[in-house]
Design a protein. Structure first.
Length: 559
């Protein structure tokens, strides 16, 4: 994919400037979907094929059974209230019915599926069509979208104008552009020389004085999920995955550790034998208390049926393997956080299909032997609950308490913990992307050190997942990934101990991310020097290199 991007460059140590208001994504038909710079999703099924023929992508759908279609898509994150445009250079060879050859545009609010026949175009869901020849040569087909207005043109001539009448809702709130075939029953065949999508989004201005620094970036390596700690010398240290696959399940590849001796401005490989131990796990006896969900376990594919029979969520994993996530456990390790003083011990949890941990943002040491670790799980009836593992003996034993029960259209996931001046524990929970309150951080508060929690409420912060840091002046700062355009990293402050969050003064740390929304975020923030903060995260750029980056910034003054 030739990706023309109106964006600021990713330059190490250079202050950020204003963000763009549009991104152009272009699919190059002379290359297969997997060969694009940022690959488009290619849903391949039986009786369908894609190939390159004379510089154009040849898509054939001969399937008429359920699920037999061939659809290529990209999550363009269009603003439902902004302008968007999709253009295709296409020659339609045959199309037997609605959506057999299609260009689809969805902006999270509305969607348009334009069927291309050899002799006409049709928006069948809206009951409109127009005659036009598309089989004799390549033609320029375009859809322009804004609000309830939809205009379709061919070779620069408007043939359908739905001013104020475009009202078809986006399926499950999807926000993507795509082409090919999305009909099981219909068949089709077309040549696609290019597909060009232009998505606009609200203009934002990054926080002043930002310094962006690359921690680790290596083409061909999927670097993800960094930690953030300090060494006895006061250096910053991070450990992160260096995976060979773009997968949150398959860890093939390994990990790396880097250190910074200048507050996060420059980074170097850690010396041999170096280990990182988070301060929140340190016990009074000098050992480390660890607890959490077990996470993904990889087993031979032959075990899949037995695991599913137990009601567990089983997913594809490494070649010949499947993965499942179940159960929670704890252990105690020595001062270097490696040698086990007490082996892993199971922790009793509610029944579940899946149980998952989060990063160090989920750890909280309240002192006097009280420790908390947030986890989450999917119940047998497919709801997502947030839990906290709680210890009152400095990590020797643990009990599981519920933070928030999920509902049919509102689930809770990765949870960050923080405390305020009153000693209350704040939990910021990621919400599943369901139609209700999609993507907002929800909050529960505990006044009894994690035993009971207030009903979850919407903070008004869109983004996920989060980390909470208490500033020296008592304010709380939540940093989080922002996975819709303009994608990046953001921060929101609370001036009242987490009772409310100042969403009208959101701090934009990064707004220049590209690619799939799942390839960024999981930030961790620490106080470094001169009142500056350092936020560590993983990020994807216009070259499709997912890497580890850090931003130094000064929090805004009190209002």
């Amino acid at each position: 994919m030739r990706l023309a991007v109106l964006c600021l460059p990713f330059l190490q140590g250079i202050p950020a400037h204003a963000s763009p208001a549009a991104i152009v994504h272009e699919f190059d038909g002379s290359r297969l979907p997997s060969e694009q710079t940022i690959p488009w999703s290619d849903r391949a099924t039986q009786a369908t094929s894609v190939s390159v023929q004379d510089g154009a992508l040849h898509i054939i759908d001969n399937g008429t059974r359920s699920g037999q279609l061939r659809f290529l898509s990209y999550p363009w994150s269009a603003d439902p209230n902004g302008e968007a445009r999709v253009e295709a250079e296409v020659r339609v060879l045959r199309c037997s019915g609605d959506a057999g050859v299609v260009v689809l545009a969805a902006n999270g609010d509305r969607e348009a599926a334009l069927t291309l026949f050899p002799d006409r175009v049709s928006l069948h869901r809206l009951g409109v069509a127009a005659p036009v020849r598309l089989d004799d040569a390549f033609h320029h087909v375009a859809m322009a979208l804004r609000g309830s207005n939809l205009v379709v043109s061919v070779d620069g001539k408007t043939i359908l104008d739905l001013a104020g009448t475009w009202n078809w809702p986006a399926h499950e709130g999807r926000n993507l552009v795509g082409f090919g075939s999305i009909s099981s029953a219909a068949t089709g065949e077309a040549l696609w020389r290019s597909v060009r999508a232009v998505a606009s989004y609200p203009d934002v201005r990054p926080h002043p004085g930002l310094e962006h620094h690359i921690v680790y970036r290596q083409p061909g390596v999927y670097a993800c999920f960094p930690s953030l700690g300090r060494t006895p010398e006061g250096w910053l240290a991070t450990r992160f995955g260096t995976r060979s696959l773009r997968s949150h399940i398959d860890p093939t590849g390994g990990s790396a550790t880097r250190i910074s001796k200048d507050g996060g401005r420059t980074w170097e490989d850690a010396p041999p034998g170096f280990s990182i131990a988070a301060s929140d796990t340190l016990r009074a006896d000098g050992n480390h208390a660890l607890a959490g969900a077990v996470g993904w376990r990889h087993v031979p594919e032959s075990q899949k049926a037995d695991l599913e029979a137990r009601g567990l969520d089983v997913r594809a994993s490494m070649k010949g393997h499947v993965a499942y996530a179940s159960g929670a456990r704890s252990c105690v390790r020595g001062p270097d956080a490696t040698a086990e003083v007490r082996p892993w011990t199971p922790i009793e949890t509610p029944p579940h299909r899946m149980m998952m941990a989060y990063n160090q943002a989920a750890y909280m040491n309240l002192g006097a032997g009280v420790r908390l670790v947030a986890i989450y799980g999917e119940t047998p009836d497919h709801r997502r609950d947030a839990y906290v593992l709680r210890s009152t003996d400095d990590g020797d034993s643990w009990r599981c308490h519920t933070i928030a029960h999920g509902e049919p259209d509102l689930g809770f996931g990765e949870t960050a913990l923080g405390t305020n001046a009153a000693g209350h524990v704040i939990a910021l929970m990621r919400t599943a992307e369901t139609p209700r309150d999609r993507g907002f951080l929800y909050q529960s508060i505990s006044a009894d050190q994690g035993i009971s929690w207030s009903p979850p409420t919407n903070t008004g912060i869109w983004g996920y997942p989060a980390h909470i840091l208490t500033l020296p002046d008592g304010r709380l700062v939540a940093t989080y990934g922002y996975r819709r355009a303009p994608m990046g990293i953001r921060a929101t402050l609370s001036h009242d101990g987490g009772q409310s969050w100042d969403t009208h003064a959101t701090v934009v740390l990064r707004a220049d991310a590209r690619g799939n929304g799942s390839d960024l975020g999981y930030p961790l923030t620490a106080l470094v020097d001169d009142g500056a903060l350092l936020t560590m995260y993983y990020f994807n750029d216009a070259s499709n290199v997912t890497h580890i980056a850090a931003t130094r910034w000064q929090p805004p003054g009190k209002p």
